[in-house]
Design a protein around this ligand. Structure first.
Ligand code: 2HG
Ligand code: ZN
Length: 483
C-alpha cells in the first residue's frame, strides 16, 4: 500500500510520510486528504480570525477508525485537532499552529443509530448535524431541545464538546444537560463506551460531564445518547418592541410568573443589532410597525392538548402594554411567520460578520444585573473605544448577552482589531465586577485563552491542568485551546 502523493510534497518529513501512509492504510479510501485546496477549509474558522493549515485531514468512518488514527498519531507525537461543523466562535476547531497539526473530521460518522421515542432518548454519531438530529427526533414524535444559529452545520460531537447553549437553554439547559451517555476515544486510542441511556446512573465520576465542554482536550467524542423531550402540541411566538432593557426583564418576570414551564425562549435584540441586520440580512423585514430601541423575541410552548396558550400570551401582553412594559407586539399567525421571526434572530451573527471586524464578548451575569451590564459597557466603550459600535443581543433570560463591539463605521478594520484584546479586557472587568463569566456559552478555544489565564484562579486552572495531564499527558489533543 503506498500513497500516490509520495514525493510531491517536500515539506513532509519522513516521519510524517510514514505516519500518513499508515493512517491511509488504517482509514481506507477517502480517509486521508492532503491536497492543499482540499484541506484549506479545515484550517480557517467561521469568523475568519485564524488560518492555520493542517498537514492533512483525517476522515474516519467509525469509532475504530478514530481509535486507530489516534493510536498512530500518539506514537508519532503528532497533534490532532478534532473538527465537526467548524462553527466555533472562538476558533476552537482549527489548528493553533500553521502546518504542524492534523485535523480529524467527524463528518463521515453521521448515523442516527437509534431513537427511543417512548424512553425519550436518541443515540447519534458525532458527525450528525444538530439539524439532522432535531429532524430525526421530530420524525419520531419527540423534541431535541437544543437550538443554535449554526445548527445546520454544527455537529453533535462539537455541540457536546463545547457545551453549546442557544435559545432553549432557559427551559432545557445547555448541551451537557442533554447528555445521558457518551462514547469517547482518548489520546492513546483507548475507547470508552459509556453509551448508557439511563436517567439515573450514579456510579462514580460523571465522566460524560467531564468530556462535555472539554473542547476536545480530553478525548474525542464519537457518539452520544441524548435526552429528548416530548414534542410540543402548541407554540406561540411573539416579537415585541420594548422601551428599555429593564422592561425586557419585567416582561420576562411576567411570563415566568404566569407559566414558567411554557417559556421556551426569551431573546433580546438591541436596536443597534437590529440595524446591522437591516443593512446586511437579505429580504429583511421588521415584523413591527416602527423601529424600537430594544426588542424581545419570545416563545411559549406546551405539550398539553388543552392549554389556552394563545390566551396566556395575549393576556400577559395586554397587561404589559397597559403598564408600558412593551410598546408593540406581533404574534406569529403561521409556521411561516414564526420561522420569519426566528430568521431575524438567527441572522444577527452573519449580519455582524458582514458588517466588518468585531470583538465578541459572549458574557453572562446574574439576570437582574443585565441592565447595569449594558449601561456600564456602553459608557465604557464611549469613553475608551470611541467609534466602536455596541451590538448587543442574546439569551437575556439566561443573563447571557452577546455584548459585541463592531468596528467604527468607515473605520479601519485592522486598527480596530489591533485594540481587540484591550476592549475585551475592559468589558471583562465590568463583567467580573458584576459576578459574571467572560465566556457564557462559546467556550475558550484559542480566542479567550488570555482571559482564561487572567480571570480564572490558579487553583481552578491547576485542577484542569491535572485532569488534562492525566488523560492526555503529551497534550496532543487540540493543543493551543483552553490553556
Ligand atoms: C447567537 O446567539 C450565537 O446567535 C452567536 O451565540 C453570537 O455572533 C455572536 O456573537
Ligand atoms: Zn448565543
Amino acid at each position: 500500500h503506498g500513497l500516490p502523493w509520495l514525493g510531491w510534497h517536500r515539506r513532509y518529513s519522513r516521519l510524517m510520510i510514514n505516519l500518513l501512509d499508515h493512517l491511509a492504510a488504517a482509514l481506507g479510501p477517502g480517509g486521508v486528504i492532503i491536497a492543499p485546496e482540499d484541506i484549506a477549509p479545515f484550517g480557517t474558522d467561521w469568523r475568519g480570525l485564524v488560518s492555520n493549515m493542517p498537514r492533512a485531514v483525517l476522515r474516519p468512518r467509525d469509532t475504530a477508525g478514530v481509535a486507530a488514527a489516534l493510536r498512530l498519531c500518539a506514537a508519532a507525537g503528532v497533534p490532532v485537532v478534532p473538527q465537526g461543523g467548524n462553527t466555533s466562535m472562538v476558533a476552537g476547531a482549527v489548528p493553533s499552529r500553521d502546518g504542524a497539526e492534523l485535523v480529524l473530521s467527524l463528518s463521515r460518522m453521521n448515523a442516527v443509530r437509534a431513537i427511543d421515542a417512548a424512553g425519550l432518548t436518541m443515540e447519534v454519531e458525532a458527525g450528525v448535524t444538530l439539524r439532522a438530529a432535531q429532524d430525526a427526533a421530530r420524525d419520531a414524535g419527540a423534541l431535541l431541545p437544543l437550538s443554535i444559529g449554526s445548527e445546520g452545520s454544527a455537529q453533535i460531537g462539537g455541540v457536546i464538546s463545547t457545551n453549546a447553549g442557544g435559545n432553549n437553554t432557559l427551559r432545557f439547559g445547555n448541551a451537557r444537560d442533554l447528555v445521558l451517555g457518551l462514547e469517547v476515544v482518548l489520546a492513546d486510542g483507548t475507547i470508552w463506551n459509556g453509551l448508557r441511556r439511563l436517567r439515573k446512573d450514579n456510579t462514580g465520576y460523571a465522566l460524560r460531564q467531564l468530556f462535555a465542554g472539554a473542547e476536545g482536550t480530553l478525548g474525542i467524542v464519537t457518539a452520544a445518547v441524548l435526552r429528548l423531550a416530548r414534542a410540543p402540541r402548541q407554540r406561540q411566538t411573539c416579537f415585541c418592541a420594548i422601551p428599555s432593557v429593564e422592561a425586557a426583564l419585567d416582561l420576562f418576570a411576567r411570563f415566568r410568573d404566569e407559566d414558567e414551564a411554557a417559556l421556551y425562549a426569551f431573546e433580546y435584540i438591541s436596536g443597534a443589532a437590529m440595524a446591522v441586520n437591516q443593512s446586511y440580512m437579505p429580504d429583511f423585514r421588521l415584523p413591527l410597525e416602527t423601529a424600537s430601541p430594544h426588542y424581545v423575541l419570545l416563545e411559549l410552548a406546551t405539550t398539553r392538548r388543552r392549554d389556552p396558550l394563545r390566551e396566556t400570551m395575549e393576556a400577559v401582553l395586554a397587561d404589559a402594554l397597559e403598564a408600558g412594559v412593551i410598546t408593540d407586539a406581533a404574534i406569529a399567525e403561521s409556521e411561516a411567520q414564526r420561522a420569519a421571526f426566528w430568521a431575524i434572530r438567527e441572522h444577527l451573527s452573519e449580519s455582524q460578520r458582514r458588517a466588518g471586524a468585531s470583538v465578541k464578548n459572549d458574557v453572562s451575569v446574574p439576570v437582574a444585573a443585565v441592565p447595569s451590564l449594558l449601561a456600564r459597557a456602553a459608557a465604557m466603550l464611549g469613553a475608551r473605544h470611541p467609534g466602536a459600535r455596541m451590538v448587543a443581543f442574546g439569551h437575556i433570560g439566561d443573563g447571557n448577552i452577546h455584548l459585541n463591539a463592531l468596528q467604527p463605521e468607515d473605520g479601519d478594520a485592522a486598527a480596530f482589531a489591533a485594540r481587540g484584546e484591550d476592549l475585551m479586557e475592559d468589558v471583562n472587568a465590568i463583567v467580573m465586577e458584576l459576578g459574571g463569566s467572560f465566556s457564557a456559552e462559546h467556550g475558550i478555544g484559542q480566542i479567550k485563552t488570555h482571559a482564561f489565564g487572567q480571570l480564572r484562579s490558579a487553583a481552578e486552572r491547576e485542577i484542569m491542568h491535572r485532569i488534562r495531564a492525566a488523560l492526555d499527558p503529551a497534550a496532543t489533543l487540540n493543543p493551543g485551546k483552553l490553556f
